[in-house]
Design a protein around this ligand. Structure first.
Ligand SMILES: *[C@@H]1O[C@H](CO)[C@@H](O)[C@H](O)[C@H]1NC(C)=O
Ligand SMILES: *[C@@H]1O[C@H](CO)[C@@H](O)[C@H](O)[C@H]1NC(C)=O
Ligand SMILES: *[C@@H]1O[C@H](CO)[C@@H](O)[C@H](O)[C@H]1NC(C)=O
Ligand SMILES: *[C@@H]1O[C@H](CO)[C@@H](O)[C@H](O)[C@H]1NC(C)=O
Ligand SMILES: *[C@@H]1O[C@H](CO)[C@@H](O)[C@H](O)[C@H]1NC(C)=O
Length: 452
C-alpha cells in the first residue's frame, strides 16, 4: 500500500495498543528464573497482576516476597531471590548448655552438654537440627543428676536416712557397730563424677577393753576404743612386783577377730631371801630383793666362785640360777717328770693353800739344780693362794751329757740348712755317740739288777 510511511517500531506499538483495546491480545510477564523458588499467581502473569514468591522448603525470600507484572510486561521488582532459611535460637534444655553458635541456617545441628553434676541420659541424642520449616527438631529430656553408688559399709550404717538413690551433692554420714571403729571420714559427699568424696570409710574391728588387774592399773583408763596395735601398759601399786608382760597389744590371731596379745600381768608381793655367800660379795648392794632384781657375785682372794656369777629373783621368790658359793682355791697334784711325792700319804688330787709337799726324783735321776733340795735329796713345794705351786723340781738322768739336748742341736742344724753332705757326717758321728750311750745305759742297768 503506497503512502503509508511509518517506522516499524511505532507500528508495532500501535498494533499492541489496538489489540489491547479490542481485547483480543493480553500482555503477559515472562516466567522468571528463581533458584530454590518460584512465582505463583492466579492470573497467569498477565500485565497488572501480582505474583507471590514461593521459596522451596528451607528457603525464604531474600528480599520482596511479591512481584507485580507491569503493563509493559516486566516484573517489578525485577529480581527475586530465595535464600537459605534460618531458625531462631535453639530451645533451652534444663541442666544443659549449648555449644556456642550464632547463625542457625536450615540443616545446622547443635549439640547440648550437661551441666556439672549432671549426666546424659543413656540412649538420647543431645542434638537438635534446624528443620526446613525453620523450627528445631524436638529435644527430649537430656540430662539427669549424676548418681553415686549406694554406700555400703560392713559392720556399720548410715546415720542419715537411707535413700533409694544417691545423686550429686548428697551427703551421707556413717557410724560403726559396737566393737568396730570407723577408719576414714565420717561424712562423704556424692561428687560430680559419681564418686563418694572422701571415700566411704570402713569399720575396723577393735579389741575389747583390756583386762583389769587387782593391785594395779593399766595405761588406757580413759580410752574407749582399742584398735589394732593399741598398747596397754600395766603398773602395780607401790611395793608389789609386776609378774608377766608389762605391756599387751591389741592384735589378731586369726586375721579377723582382734584379741589382746596375752593375759594381763599380775601384781604380787615377791621377795627373794637375801643371798648369803661366805667369803664372797655381791653387787649392787641392797636390802630388799624384789622380783626381777639381778645380783652379781664375786669371791674373796683365795676363793673361787662355784656356780653362776649372776642370779635373778624369780616370781616364785627363788634365785635363778641358784646363788653360787665361794670355794677355796686348791692346787692340783704336783706333776714332776721322773719324780714324785716322797711320802705316799701325801697323795691326793687337790691341795689346800699353804699346804706343803715333799718331792723326790725317781731312782737314777737327780734334781737338775740344787734349788730347794734338802739334805736327803728331797724338794719342798707349797700351794700358793693362786692355785699354783712354788717352783717344782726337774729330775734328770744322773751323770752324762743330755741326749735330748744333743738331738735338739742336730735338729736345729738341720733346720738351719747345713749342706746335706756335712749333715750326713754329723749324723754319723751322732749315731756313734748314741750307740756308745746306749751301751753305757745297758751296762749300768745290768750292773744295778746284778747288784740286787
Ligand atoms: C490462564 O491460561 C490458561 C491456559 O493457558 C487458561 O486456561 C486460563 O483460563 C487462564 N486463566 C485466566 C484467569 O485467564
Ligand atoms: C516442622 O516440620 C516437622 C517435620 O518436618 C514437623 O514435625 C513440625 O510439626 C513442623 N513444625 C511446624 C511449626 O510446622
Ligand atoms: C570371730 O569371732 C566371731 C564371734 O566371736 C566368730 O563367730 C568367728 O568365727 C571368729 N572368726 C574367726 C576367724 O575365728
Ligand atoms: C697362808 O699362810 C700365810 C702366812 O703364812 C697366811 O697369811 C695366809 O692367811 C694363809 N692362807 C690360808 C688360806 O690359810
Ligand atoms: C726355795 O723355797 C722357798 C720357800 O720354801 C722359796 O721362797 C724359794 O724361792 C725357793 N728357792 C728356789 C731356788 O726355788
Amino acid at each position: 500500500m503506497p503512502g503509508l510511511l511509518c517506522p516499524p517500531g511505532q507500528l508495532l506499538a500501535l498494533l499492541v495498543l489496538v489489540l489491547q483495546l479490542t481485547g483480543s491480545l493480553e500482555l503477559q510477564c515472562p516466567v522468571p528464573r528463581i533458584s530454590n523458588g518460584q512465582l505463583r499467581s492466579a492470573q497467569n502473569f498477565t500485565a497488572g497482576s501480582t505474583a507471590t514468591l514461593e521459596c522451596d522448603a528451607g528457603y525464604q525470600p531474600g528480599g520482596a516476597s511479591k512481584a507485580q507484572c507491569l503493563p509493559v510486561g516486566l516484573w517489578y521488582p525485577r529480581v527475586l531471590t530465595c535464600i537459605p532459611g534460618q531458625c531462631s535460637h535453639p530451645p533451652a534444655v534444663s541442666n544443659a548448655n549449648l555449644n556456642h553458635e550464632y547463625k542457625f541456617i536450615v540443616g545446622t545441628t547443635v549439640t547440648y552438654s550437661c551441666h556439672r553434676g549432671f549426666t546424659l541420659i543413656p540412649g538420647v541424642s543431645p542434638t537438635t537440627t534446624c528443620l526446613k520449616n525453620f523450627t528445631w527438631s524436638a529435644v527430649p529430656k537430656l540430662c539427669q543428676k549424676v548418681q553415686c553408688p549406694t554406700p555400703v559399709i560392713p559392720h556399720g550404717r548410715e546415720i542419715s536416712a537411707r535413700k533409694a538413690e544417691y545423686t550429686f551433692g548428697q551427703q551421707v554420714e556413717f557410724q560403726c557397730d559396737l566393737g568396730y571403729v570407723l577408719k576414714g571420714s565420717q561424712r562423704s559427699q556424692c561428687s560430680s563424677d559419681g564418686m563418694w568424696r572422701p571415700p566411704i570409710p570402713y569399720c575396723d574391728r577393735v579389741c575389747d577393753p583390756p583386762p583389769q588387774i587387782t593391785k594395779g592399773q593399766h595405761s588406757a583408763l580413759g580410752t574407749k576404743v582399742f584398735p589394732y596395735g593399741f598398747e596397754v601398759k600395766y603398773t602395780c601399786v607401790e611395793g608389789l612386783s609386776l609378774i608377766g608382760d608389762e605391756s599387751i597389744y591389741c592384735t589378731s590371731d586369726d586375721g579377723e577377730n582382734l584379741t589382746w596379745s596375752g593375759p594381763a600381768p599380775e601384781c604380787r608381793a615377791v621377795r627373794c631371801p637375801k643371798p648369803t655367800v661366805e667369803r664372797g660379795r655381791m653387787i649392787p648392794q641392797r636390802f630388799t630383793f624384789p622380783y626381777g632384781v639381778a645380783l652379781q657375785f664375786s669371791c674373796d682372794e683365795g676363793f673361787v666362785l662355784s656356780g653362776a656369777t649372776e642370779s635373778q629373783c624369780q616370781a616364785d621368790g627363788t634365785w635363778d640360777p641358784p646363788v653360787p658359793t665361794c670355794q677355796p682355791v686348791l692346787c692340783p697334784r704336783p706333776q714332776v717328770a721322773y719324780g714324785g711325792l716322797k711320802s705316799p700319804l701325801d697323795d691326793k688330787t687337790w691341795y689346800q693353800i699353804n699346804e706343803t709337799v715333799t718331792l723326790e726324783c725317781a731312782p737314777g735321776y737327780q734334781f737338775s739344780d740344787n734349788g730347794n733340795m734338802s739334805l736327803e735329796g728331797s724338794w719342798t713345794a707349797t700351794c700358793l693362794p693362786g692355785g699354783n705351786w712354788t717352783p717344782l723340781p726337774k729330775c734328770k738322768k744322773e751323770g752324762g751329757a743330755d741326749v735330748c739336748e744333743e738331738v735338739h742341736y742336730i735338729k736345729s742344724l738341720f733346720h738351719c740348712g747345713v749342706p746335706v753332705a756335712e749333715m750326713k757326717a754329723l749324723l754319723e758321728i751322732q749315731k756313734l755317740f748314741l750307740e756308745i750311750k746306749k751301751l753305757q745305759i745297758e751296762l749300768e742297768n745290768w750292773s744295778r739288777t746284778g747288784a740286787l
